[in-house]
Write a protein that binds this ligand. Structure first.
Ligand code: PRP
Ligand code: ZN
Length: 293
């Protein structure tokens, strides 16, 4: 896989073709204003309004494609990048595709603890992470590398246990397996190639990141409007952990003002209760499309 990452100006971004991360990644890209069609049927899709093309591939292949510069960026689980030991830069951690890599065993079997794995075999798509885990603990366990449907291995007597990704836990339950120990926490990451990039591509990446950050900041914030007694404004300013100072406008009613500002969503209810005690009324909350700081 040799190709210099800057042999063309449009950014090439790898995303999972079909799986847990696909829809959320597509939603994120659409959310930052990128428009492309027919991504379900084509492997390489050009974006209509941004110098980007998407390469839709198996998530397992993404870290190496980005490492080798076939793609400039990739959206992939931290689990895959770590397993492959890929030489890439993690640009952002994203809060979707959250899962864990766990050891799981047949219910009511004879493996009850990590020590019980001595001399046992484990089916997994993550042989490197799994082997390291046991090596660090001086436990001899064999791994059997399987690329899909790992959860069926114990029933087929291919292995005694498995080490696989768990998200809701439904797959394990449906296969009569029980989670014994999580060995790695994972989330989706945006990774970047470490191959040299042209100034044009670097600029495109900056532009892409600015849009992404603005979108994510907006998702975590709400625009809030309210009416309040003018004399309460200094105290309200203290309550609202606003980005900048809030907009305060006089109302026709004597002594009343309208206040507009932005608040982080996590502080929403605490802020709301405090505002009401300060006499704020007609509080309106709106979602925000994007924020450029
Ligand atoms: C993982 C894993 C399980 C499933 C677990 O597959 O291999 O099949 O998710 O999810 P659950 O706990 O919610 O049931 P993934 O989507 O990563 O697909 P892949 O292994 O084929 O890449
Ligand atoms: Zn996979």
């Amino acid at each position: 896989m040799q190709r210099t990452a800057d042999s063309k100006t449009s950014l090439r971004i790898a995303i999972q073709k079909s799986g847990r991360l696909t829809d959320k990644t597509i939603d994120l890209l659409k959310g930052i204003g990128l428009r492309f069609d027919d991504y379900k049927r084509n492997l390489l899709v050009k974006c209509r309004n941004f110098d980007v093309e998407l390469l839709l591939i198996r998530d397992d292949d993404i870290p190496e494609y980005v490492q080798d510069g076939v793609c400039d960026l990739g959206f992939v689980g931290a689990n895959e990048t770590q397993e492959k030991g890929a030489d890439v830069t993690v640009l952002r951690g994203l809060d979707y595709g959250v899962c864990r890599l766990s050891l799981a065993v047949p219910k009511d079997g004879n493996i009850q603890s990590v020590e019980d794995f001595e001399g046992k075999s484990i089916a997994t798509s993550y042989p490197n992470i799994t082997q390291n885990f046991f090596k660090e603990r001086n436990i001899n366990a064999d791994t059997v590398t399987i690329s899909g449907a790992v959860e069926i291995a114990p029933r087929l007597e291919v292995a005694d246990a498995i080490c696989d990704l768990v998200s809701t836990g439904n797959t394990l339950k449906a296969n009569g397996l029980q989670e014994l120990k999580s060995i790695l926490e994972s989330e989706t990451q945006l990774i970047r190639t470490n191959k040299k990039l042209s100034p044009g591509k670097k600029q495109l990446i900056d532009k892409f990141l600015q849009r992404m950050d603005g979108h994510q900041q907006a998702e975590r914030s709400r625009y809030i409007m309210m009416n309040a007694p003018e004399e309460a404004v200094p105290r309200i300013k203290e309550i609202i952990p606003s980005l900048k100072s809030p907009t305060v406008m006089p109302l026709a009613d004597n002594g009343m003002v309208a206040i507009h500002t932005v608040i982080p969503i996590d502080e929403f209810w605490i802020v709301m209760e405090k505002l009401k005690t300060e006499g704020a009324t007609g509080i309106v909350i709106l979602p925000i499309e994007s924020m450029i700081l």
